[in-house]
Design a protein around this ligand. Structure first.
Ligand code: PRX
Length: 645
């Protein structure tokens, strides 16, 4: 069956009750286009402002006048919006539910408790010398303290840079150095599937390469970790002497809120910078619209706060909307592969938002682990991070959702701050595998390689022709890189890096990255980063990395490695290279396949022809294309013969 014509209509009760129905969606799209200032000024009233903005949208993507400002004269505080303003009515409502890696460990924090915890952490940070505008690196497990640390920074106007707990010491060091953090917040250890993750030890190793003033160490597992005199501070000690209250720093809407590093096609990961007003507005607006959210509902986004999905939908968007947000430290298959669904029942989760890679892995284990749970509390399902294949979509819909729950397939990026393309459950008929249509105010186009706009049903590169409030405002410390990466390929437009198809009904189908970025289990990895890690090994002369289709991960990492003269290929060396990448970047970057290649296909000017490597990795050997322009066409034969996997 072709999925393009397979519609799942909006259920009648959703059309009747949702925040936005079809007519509302059409009207909002027209209004946002016709009078953006009036539309967004009205919408921005959802936030509490110290000073409401009078300037709304001030944007130009043009090279000679490049600037992006939203709500530029507005003043507000993010922590106030996520906590304080809810206290009058919701002090005793649960703000955060914690579900530990160990199923016997769980807890809950009310908004009143969250307020006190954030204030205390903010006061501790102040005592460590953190001031407005300073950068703070956060390297924590998925525990409430991570949200508390982010909000404590926001409260005092410090800029946080959260580093995913799966990243290596080298990756931490690179990120600390790039943004010049003065303080790191970490924990003794994290837990994942019963294994201990040595977070503090990783920070210690990172700090042999760069230095910071202070390391704040939170006790989580209680492990006995070394404390460096004068540098390390135990949170439990420091918090004893601080007050339970801390004023909110009034911030300009355009003041930075956070930096989050993400991989691109070239170079090191870049520090995507988001601001206070536009970002918080977008996270909150999209959380309400897309998930049709009502305050107090139990919302579970399974992403780690180390990724943008965790920033926007575990923490900021959810808490700005007075949510009860669930933080889960563990993994979907521990202690068994029914864990997600038993957590749904245990905490009566109403909205569940996860990644296709997790669904594909669970789907492989059949329906029984799902059917052991009731899932009666659920009313909406969501997907994010990579294209969801129609088979996984149908399984999610039919088995997890028992055919009764709409699925919102949300397309967005670290750079976009929040969701840009998604069905609205009360307004959009669904098609399995399509993120459907842009939200109000989001203007998409498909263009060909030369920038020619493609009309009607067509395939091309996805660009966005106008700004939205949640758009990133810069690459930390590198304005030129910001412009060059996103605005130079198609002048006057934001280039997403994604390929996309638009069908007869105007529905969008994201086909994946068109640049040298691989999407592994919904996480972005730059091929250049993996190559750099591989060539650090003494035996390696050269490496080229490409993605290939992977049943569970979406894309896997395939590395072609040329060894130095005289080095003999071996399985030990293969293992050593994988270990090397894990050590340099982290386990998520570990290659799935390594092929030793005496030579790589290069043009006469020395450029590696990745198109050919991709075809070999994909085992699509019939369409290698023209190899006659290669400096040495003979290398292809060897590559094909020795393909691995
Ligand atoms: O290729 C798209 C894919 O993930 C990329 C963004 O990755 P990242 O910045 O890590 O953010 C992930 C979470 C928002 C995009 O360029 N992507 C994300 N969501 C979808 C998707 N591809 C298809 N469908 C989606 N729903």
């Amino acid at each position: 069956m072709t999925t393009e014509t397979e519609f799942y209509p909006v259920p009648a009760e959703w059309a009747a009750k949702a925040h936005m129905d079809r007519a509302g969606y059409e009207a909002a799209r027209v209004a946002a286009q016709a009078a953006p200032d009036a539309f967004w000024a009205e919408a921005a009233k959802r936030l509490d402002w110290v000073k409401a903005p009078t300037k709304i949208k001030d944007v130009s993507f043009a090279k000679d006048d490049f600037h992006i400002h939203w709500f530029a004269d507005g003043v507000l505080n993010v922590a106030y919006n996520c906590i304080d303003r809810h206290l009058a009515e919701r002090a005793d409502q649960t703000a955060i539910i914690f579900e530990g890696d160990d199923p016997s460990v769980s807890g809950a924090i009310t908004y009143a408790e969250l307020h006190a915890q954030v204030c205390r952490m903010a006061n501790v940070l102040k005592n460590l010398g953190v001031r407005k505008g300073d950068r703070v690196t956060i390297y924590l497990p998925m525990i409430p303290a991570a949200a508390v640390a982010m909000l404590a920074c926001a409260r005092i106007g410090a800029i946080h840079s959260v580093v995913f707990g799966g990243f290596s010491p080298d990756s931490i060091a690179g990120r600390i150095e790039d943004c010049g953090s003065t303080v790191v917040i970490t924990a003794d250890e994290g837990l994942r599937a019963g294994k201990r993750i040595p977070l503090k030890a990783n920070v210690d190793e990172a700090l042999t390469k760069v230095s910071v003033d202070k390391v704040l160490v939170i006790a989580h597992t209680g492990a006995d970790v070394p404390i460096v005199e004068g540098r390390d501070v135990r949170f439990e000690e420091a918090v004893k002497t601080v007050a339970d209250d801390c004023p909110c720093e009034p911030m300009n809407a355009e003041d930075p809120l956070f930096i989050l590093y993400t991989s691109g096609s070239t170079g090191k990961p870049k520090g995507v910078m988001h601001t206070t007003g536009g970002y918080l507005f977008w996270a909150s607006y999209t959380h309400e619209l897309v998930f049709d959210y009502r305050p107090g509902e139990v919302f579970w986004c399974t992403a780690d706060v180390g990724w943008v999905t965790g920033h926007s939908y575990v923490v900021y968007g959810a808490l700005a909307n007075a949510a009860t947000t669930l933080m889960f430290e563990g993994v979907p298959n521990y202690p068994d592969n029914g864990r997600f669904w038993s957590v749904v029942d245990k905490h009566q989760v109403e909205i569940f938002y996860t990644a296709p890679t997790a669904l594909r892995a669970l789907m492989r284990d059949g329906d029984a682990p799902v059917k052991r749970s009731s899932r009666k509390s659920l009313r909406l399902l969501g997907s994010v991070g990579e294209p969801i294949n129609p088979e996984a979509w149908r399984w999610y819909h039919e088995v997890v959702g028992e055919g009764r729950l709409p699925i919102v397939d949300t397309w967005w990026q670290t750079e976009t701050g929040g969701i840009l393309v998604s069905p609205l459950p009360g307004a959009t008929d669904l098609k399995p595998g399509s993120a459907t249509k842009p939200l109000p105010g989001v203007e998409l186009e498909l263009v060909d390689a030369d920038g020619k706009v493609l009309e009607g049903p067509n395939s091309g590169n996805l660009v966005i022709t106008d700004s939205w409030p949640g758009q990133m405002r810069g690459v930390w410390g590198d304005d030129q890189r910001f412009f060059d990466t996103y605005f130079s390929a198609y002048p006057g437009k934001y280039f997403t890096g994604d390929g996309c198809r638009r069908d007869e009904d105007g529905y969008y189908w994201i086909t994946g990255r068109v640049d040298d970025v691989i999407n592994v289990s919904g996480h972005r990895m730059g091929t250049a980063e993996v190559e750099s890690a591989l060539v650090l090994h003494d035996d390696v002369a050269e490496a080229a990395v490409v993605g290939f289709p992977h049943d569970i991960k979406g894309q896997g990492i395939y590395a072609f490695v040329t060894l130095n003269a005289g080095v003999t290929p071996s399985d030990e060396l293969r293992k050593a290279l994988i270990a090397q990448v894990r050590h340099e970047i982290g386990p998520i970057a570990a290659p799935d396949a390594i092929q030793f290649a005496p030579g790589l296909p290069k043009t006469r000017s020395g450029k590696i022809m990745r198109r050919i490597l991709r075809k070999i990795a994909e085992n699509d050997l019939g369409s290698l294309g023209d190899t006659s322009t290669l400096a040495d066409p003979g290398v292809v034969e060897d590559l094909v013969k020795n393909r691995v996997g």
